[in-house]
Design a protein around this ligand. Sequence first.
Ligand SMILES: [Cu+2]
Length: 149
Amino acid sequence: MTLRSLAAVLVLAASAAGHFTLDYPKTLGFDEDKEPSGPCGGFDAKSDSPSTDFHVGGDNVATNLLHPQGVWLYRATLDTTGQSNWTAIHPQVQQSGLGKFCQPALGVNASWAGKKGLISAVVNAPDGILYQASRARDRPVPPAPRRRC
Ligand SMILES: [Cu+2]
């Protein structure tokens, strides 16, 4: 086997092992096969899943990428069905190398204080665009720095 074909096999193996997980805030659900389905990785945002505390002024968004690279988009909406009004909350950022990746202080619009909404991490990975989302509720107190990072 040449090095080149070995590399191809390794990339395929990484794909088979999964895509990415949203570790904080808590995901609505993870299913590897459904993760390419927007807006929430195949899970219904309307379900009565509990909300994670998330400080509107800036909180941790922690992911674990199971691909060697990806470009992240972070977005949020007050539409708790997830069907509309998604707003980017950070410029897109490239991750090189697989593994844990954390934004320590992603903030949303200050006017969202006291409200519930959805926070989403989307990655453009080698095998396509993958989605995860979390139901989040503002907490007035900022988190300890890098609490989940
Ligand atoms: Cu994947």
